[in-house]
Design a protein around this ligand. Structure first.
Ligand code: NAD
Length: 318
C-alpha cells in the first residue's frame, strides 16, 4: 500500500522530522515522515517537502498532529499545503482526522491515523482511514489516558480491524518487529529509536543521553491536564511533576514556561539537556548505539528474519 521495501515507518516527531531524517529512512527502504508542524508556516512545509524530494526519489509522508498547542495552528492550510505538494501519504495524530479526510481522499492520499486505543482505531477504520498506527502505552509523546500496552492493543487490533495496522510504541529492534508481526501488525512505527541515528537532526548529547538511559528514564507529564505526554525524565520534567502534584487543579499557565516547544527545539540544537522537555519512549532502555538509518533498518530486518526463520522455525521442526 505504501510502496516501501521494509515494513518500518519513522513516525512524526516535533523538531526531528526534517528532510535529513525522512529522506534517510526512505532511502533505506522504510517510510520517512516529515513533521508538518515543525515548519512554522504551510509555505515552509511545502519548501521542506521539495527539499526532501531532492534528497530521495522514494515515497515519504507528512505528519499532521492535532493536539493542544500554545500558538493556534491553521490546520486546514497545512492540510492544503500537503495536498498541493503532491505527497501521497499522510500520518494524522492527536484527534479525529475526519474533517480532513475528504480533502486527502480526493487527492488519492493514503491516510495512516495514529490511535492510542481500539475504539479510536475502529472509528478511524469506519471514517475511511487506510491504515492505523496503534500506539501503545510504551510510546513517546502522547499515549492517551487509557494506559494499555501493545501486548494487549495489538492482538485486539488484529481481532477487530479489517484495515492494515502498524505497531507503534516500544519498537526498536528485530525482536520487536518479529513480535509485532506475530501479533498481527503489518509493520512497525518507530520514533525514539530513529532519534538515536546519525541522520537525526538533533545534538549528539541528546543521542548519547538516550544511549545511556534505561527503561526507567521516562516520565508522564500533563496527566492532570488530560493531555498526558511521555518525555525524557530530566530536571524540567521533574519540576513539571512537582507542580502537577500540588493540591488543586493544575493550571497550564504555571507549567507553560517550562514546557514550551521552542525550548525543546533549542535543547535539540545546543545539547543543553535541561533546557526544556523532549519526547522519549520506554524504548530508550533498548537503545545502545547511534547507527545510520540504513544500518539500523538493515539490522532490524535481518534480526527479525533470523528470529522468524531460525528460532521460531526450529520450535516448529523440533
Ligand atoms: P507547544 O509549544 O504548543 O506546547 C508544548 C506542550 O504543551 C505540548 O505537548 C502541548 O500539547 C502542551 N499544551 C499546549 N497547550 C496546552 C494546554 N492548554 N493544555 C494542556 N497542554 C497544552 O507544542 P510544540 O512542542 O510546538 O508541539 C506542537 C504540537 O505537536 C503539540 O500539539 C504537541 O502536543 C505535538 N507533539 C506531539 C508529539 C507526539 O507524541 N506525537 C510530540 C511532540 C509534540
Amino acid at each position: 500500500m505504501l510502496g516501501i521495501e521494509h515494513p518500518i515507518i519513522q513516525g512524526g516527531m516535533q523538531w526531528v522530522g526534517l528532510a535529513e531524517l525522512a529522506s534517510a529512512v526512505s532511502n533505506a527502504g522504510g517510510l520517512g515522515i516529515l513533521t508538518g508542524l515543525t515548519q512554522p508556516t504551510p509555505e515552509d512545509l511545502q519548501k521542506e517537502i521539495a527539499r526532501c524530494r531532492e534528497m530521495t526519489d522514494k515515497p515519504f509522508a507528512v505528519n499532521l498532529t492535532i493536539l493542544p498547542t500554545i500558538k493556534p495552528v491553521p490546520y486546514e492550510e497545512y492540510a492544503q499545503a500537503i495536498v498541493d505538494s503532491g505527497v501521497m501519504i499522510v500520518e494524522t495524530a492527536g484527534r479525529n482526522p475526519e474533517p480532513f479526510l475528504p480533502l486527502f481522499k480526493a487527492a488519492g492520499i493514503k491516510v495512516i491515523h495514529k490511535c492510542t486505543s481500539i475504539r479510536h482505531s475502529l472509528k478511524a477504520e469506519r471514517i475511511g482511514c487506510d491504515m492505523v498506527s496503534v500506539d501503545g502505552f510504551e510510546c513517546a509523546g502522547h499515549p492517551g489516558e487509557d494506559d494499555v500496552t501493545n501486548m494487549i492493543l495489538l492482538p485486539l487490533a488484529a481481532r477487530r480491524l479489517n484495515i492494515p495496522f502498524l505497531a507503534s510504541g516500544g519498537l526498536g529492534d528485530g525482536r520487536g518487529l518479529a513480535a509485532a508481526l506475530a501479533m498481527g501488525a503489518d509493520g512497525i512505527n518507530m520514533g525514539t529509536r530513529f532519534m538515536a541515528t546519525r541522520e537525526a537532526p538533533i545534538h549528539d548529547k541528546v543521542k548519547q543521553k538516550m544511549v545511556e538511559a534505561s527503561e526507567l528514564d521516562t516520565a508522564l507529564i500533563y496527566r492532570t491536564l488530560n493531555n498526558t505526554a511521555r518525555v525524557f525524565k530530566n530536571s524540567i520534567a521533574e519540576k513539571v511533576l512537582e507542580i502537577e502534584a500540588q493540591e488543586g487543579p493544575t493550571r497550564f499557565e504555571d507549567i507553560r514556561p517550562l514546557v514550551q516547544g521552542t525550548k525543546g527545539r533549542e535543547l535539540f540544537d545546543d545539547g543543553n539537556l535541561d533546557k526544556g522537555i523532549w519526547s522519549a519512549g520506554m524504548i530508550v532502555g533498548l537503545i545502545d548505539d547511534i547507527p545510520s538509518c540504513e544500518e539500523l533498518i538493515t539490522r532490524i530486518v535481518a534480526e527479525a528474519e533470523e528470529i522468524i526463520s531460525q528460532r521460531l522455525g526450529q520450535m516448529l521442526s523440533a
